[in-house]
Design a protein around this ligand. Structure first.
Ligand SMILES: [Zn+2]
Length: 185
């Protein structure tokens, strides 16, 4: 069983060593007529994105899990956490999420690559962010960022902190804030 139901490297990818994802690599394999309809093109783009993700996962996730000392067998203890917290936990563990390097790699042009504090978004930024620290006093206690990401105690702290601060919604949101208009006064 893979961690949290997220599939690790496929055997195809693993057997090819470390493939470098370049856009030219991802061809749509469907055997359709040469007419590139919009739907067809969109499907190709989706397939390309899915393959790009597989390569990205194969390259980064196992290394990061190893780094954090997270086992990949058995039921993860943090599964009782709310989905939002879990998704942020896994994003930071894998590097697959709302992070500058990830957006650059996949050409997400509309994404905000910087936190509102001005620093670039990285998987560990939430822990060090001065705005995040200002939003809650001593949020992490004696736990380091590695403890937060790799232990049950850390996951619970992260959950508590997210509930208290709304960090990824208010302080370090995925997209730039739209001009304030039409909001209730
Ligand atoms: Zn920040």
């Amino acid at each position: 069983m893979s961690v949290a139901g997220i599939e690790p490297a496929t055997s195809t990818l693993a057997s090819h060593g470390t493939p470098r994802p370049s856009k030219a690599h991802y061809h749509c394999t469907t055997t359709e007529t040469a007419t590139a309809t919009i739907a067809y093109t969109k499907r190709c783009m989706k397939e390309g994105a899915a393959r790009a993700f597989q390569v990205h996962w194969a390259e980064t996730a196992p290394e990061r899990y190893k780094y954090f000392g997270i086992g990949t067998r058995g039921k993860p203890p943090e599964l009782s956490l709310p989905h939002f917290t879990l998704s942020k936990l896994y994003a930071s563990r894998t590097g697959h999420g709302d992070f500058a390097a990830y957006h650059v790699r996949f050409n997400h042009e509309d994404a905000a690559t910087r936190c509102q504090c001005g620093r670039e978004k990285t998987p560990e930024h939430f822990y060090y962010c001065r705005l995040g620290r200002r939003a809650a006093r001593q949020p992490w206690g004696s736990l380091g960022v590695q403890d937060i990401l790799a232990t049950k105690q850390g996951a619970l702290k992260l959950n508590h902190w997210l509930e208290k601060t709304g960090y990824f919604r208010r302080i370090c949101p995925p997209h730039p804030s739209p001009p304030t208009q039409g909001e209730d006064n």
